[in-house]
Design a protein around this ligand. Structure first.
Ligand SMILES: C[S@@+](CC[C@H](N)C(=O)[O-])C[C@H]1O[C@@H](n2cnc3c(N)ncnc32)[C@H](O)[C@@H]1O
Length: 300
């Protein structure tokens, strides 16, 4: 039996409460808030996919840059984020708080990260006078929602944070009538079916990221679910890097359901990932970026 998404009642205190801004946002009244990441070009970030007139689920919505820009692009939007810190799985290390004191870890992450990031979304919702809905639900619950509930499911920069990304991709595909977009997500550019740890697993401070998935595995998972996959390139500016701001480049994945009008109309982008050599990321640079981005959040 299907279960409908349980939409969140608007957070009316959001404008007066503490926010953590994951995204830099520029509001219609001229106010600009600086976040950890600045995305200058929404359309490029999502692989150029036309959202006009579409219903869109934005998974891992954070401060809502993708959600509110999708709305601006003419979509009817639902943002989705974790219901609770139970859903944030960390790589186990003996000296990690999330390993040896899960209760304390959850208390800190709820207070310092999850509530302030949700508050930033609702703050932006008020500022944009948005009609977007929001739902806080664990990913397994998405399998219980009616199939093909949305035209497009977007899930930007979240695959890396999931211990079970293949299971999550299945949930997103099931909900997507025509396309799943996975913007700004590294892909191992090989055709083998593989997933490998993002880090060498020797630094317990970097326990928030799990797997890179190969192009072959993305293609296979999506093919099994009836989708064809295309790759393009996205850019975003990381504002928390040790050396100041730096621009990061990652693939965006566009999976289109076969046999749909969207598949017939879709003009594939140049498959940059297919041609790119596998880039070994220098260890120091990678650590700095991930640490700055994923360490417990500064609250503004
Ligand atoms: C790195 S941010 C990405 C923000 C945005 N999608 C983008 O592309 O810029 C990851 C977001 O995913 C959310 N998230 C992480 N794990 C999650 C989970 N298991 N279920 C739902 N949301 C999750 C985080 O709370 C955060 O809002």
């Amino acid at each position: 039996m299907n279960m409908e998404p349980k939409y969140e009642e608007p957070w009316h205190d959001a404008l007066n409460s503490r926010s953590y801004w994951y995204h830099t946002m520029k509001f219609p009244d001229g106010e600009v808030v600086n976040g950890s990441w600045t995305i200058d070009d929404f359309l490029q970030y999502i692989g150029g996919y036309d959202l006009k007139g579409k219903t869109v689920l934005d998974v891992g919505t954070a401060s809502g840059y993708l959600a509110f820009n999708a709305e601006k692009a003419g979509a009817t939007v639902t943002g989705l984020d974790a219901a609770s810190t139970h859903e944030f799985r960390h790589v186990p290390f003996a000296d990690s708080l999330s390993y040896n004191n899960i209760g304390q870890y959850r208390e800190i992450w709820t207070r310092e990260n999850l509530i302030p990031i949700k508050n930033s979304w609702w703050h932006a919702w008020h500022k944009y006078n948005s009609q977007a809905k929001c739902v806080y639900a664990p990913i397994p619950e998405l399998y219980e929602w009616p199939e093909k509930s949305f035209d497009v499911v977007m899930a930007g920069a979240i695959v890396e944070h999931l211990s079970e990304p293949v299971f999550a991709i299945g949930a997103w595909a099931r909900l997507a009538r025509e396309a799943v977009l996975i913007p700004f997500t590294d892909v191992i550019p090989v055709d083998d079916l593989m997933m490998r740890p993002i880090t060498p697993l020797n630094d317990s401070r970097i326990n928030y990221v799990w797997w890179h998935i190969s192009r072959g595995l993305y293609n296979k998972i999506f093919s099994n679910l009836g989708f064809d996959v295309y790759y393009t390139t996205a850019y975003a500016q990381h504002n928390d890097a040790d050396s100041g701001s730096e621009v990061a480049t990652r693939p965006s994945i566009i999976a289109i359901r076969r046999g749909t009008e969207a598949a017939r109309a879709f003009v594939p982008p140049v498959a940059l990932v297919a041609q790119a050599p596998e880039p070994p990321v220098p260890e120091r640079r990678r650590k700095r970026g991930l640490l700055a981005r994923l360490s417990p959040r500064r609250v503004k």
